[in-house]
Structure formats: C-alpha cells, structure tokens
Design a protein around this ligand. Structure first.
Ligand code: FAD
Length: 140
C-alpha cells in the first residue's frame, strides 16, 4: 500500500550547506534502497518534508528521522494512502522556502506549517516545485 507522509520540524542550530548536503546524500542512498521518493523543503527555521512509498518503509524511515537530533518539534501533518507518487523522479529533492519572497507572501500570506492544513502545506510544496528547480543528487 502506497502512502504519502508529510511532516514539519525545526532544525537545531543553523542549517548549513554541509547539513543539507549530508541529508540529501543519506536520503539518496537509503531512500533508493527502500523505494522512497519525496521532497524536502527548507525554510527559515523549518523543514517540511514529504515521504512517499510503501507504508511499512515510510513508517520505518519516519521513525529514524524522528530520532535524528538535528531537528526538534517534529509534527506529522498527514499520512494518506495514495494511488500515484507525486515525486517519483526524486529519491529526495530540495526546495527552498523563503518566507520573505513576495510571491510566497502573496500566495500564502499566513503560512505557518504548524498551523496550516496538510492540504495547504502540500499546495505550497507544489507551488515551490513549479516555481524553482529542485536540487537533487544524481547517480554518478
Ligand atoms: P547510521 O546511523 O550511520 O547508519 C546505521 C546503519 O543503518 C547503517 O548500516 C546504514 O546504512 C543504515 N541506515 C541508515 N539510514 C537508513 C535508512 N533510512 N534505511 C535503511 N537503513 C539505513 N535519511 C534518509 O535516509 N532519508 C530521508 O529522506 C531523510 N530525510 C531527513 C530529513 C531531515 C529534516 C533530517 C534532519 C534528516 C533526514 N534524514 C533522512 C537523515 C536521517 O534522520 C538519519 O540521519 C539517516 O537516515 C541516518 O543515516 P546514516 O547513514 O548516518 O546512518
């Protein structure tokens, strides 16, 4: 059974390029093996991530991610059964959310993932993917 899990969290400490690159590299290695796809959105003081795959694999990965001390206040926004993957081309890709971006402000004036509905959070992810070029690790 395919599911999509969406969660939000807050990094402990600054998000440096080293931190982000390390997450993307690990995701690329492990997610490929577990047939997990998804998107990681990085904003000022938050991470918003969607994980897609078989329910047991997604649960396993989410438990692992929850135990990661690089972030805190991890809150699941939703976990839904899906018929099709939305991010099937990426073992994990990264998009940036700049809350000061005028377009983001206009389209999502009050955006706060901790109080937003999962639907709104997914809509924001969709919009970010369409308006930017997600960064991903390619196979050598
Ligand atoms: P170690 O603890 O060094 O490895 C221990 C053993 O477990 C090794 O044999 C290793 O190969 C194996 N292992 C590690 N991770 C997995 C796994 N996911 N599945 C199966 N075996 C594994 N990690 C991801 O893998 N995918 C993600 O999408 C992802 N997203 C993240 C998003 C955020 C916001 C953050 C903060 C972290 C994310 N991580 C993700 C990292 C995750 O929390 C762990 O740090 C990482 O999976 C551990 O990898 P490691 O190789 O350092 O494991």
């Amino acid at each position: 059974m395919l599911v999509r899990l969406l969660y939000v969290s807050q990094p402990v400490g600054p998000i440096t390029t080293t931190v982000t690159t390390s997450i993307l590299m690990k995701s690329h290695t492990h997610n490929k093996k577990a047939n997990i796809t998804g998107i990681l959105c990085q904003g000022a003081g938050l991470w918003l991530q969607a994980l897609e795959g078989e329910r047991s694999q997604v649960n396993r990965l989410y438990s692992r991610i929850m135990g990661d001390r690089q972030h805190q206040n991890i809150e699941m926004l939703s976990m839904n059964e899906i018929k099709h993957r939305q991010f099937e081309q990426w073992s994990m890709a990264l998009v940036h959310l700049d809350k000061d971006d005028p377009m983001v402000k206009m389209a999502h004036p009050e955006f706060d993932p901790y109080s937003a509905s999962a639907e709104d959070a997914m809509a924001l992810l969709d919009a970010l993917i369409k308006s930017s070029s997600p960064i991903t690790i390619m196979d050598a």
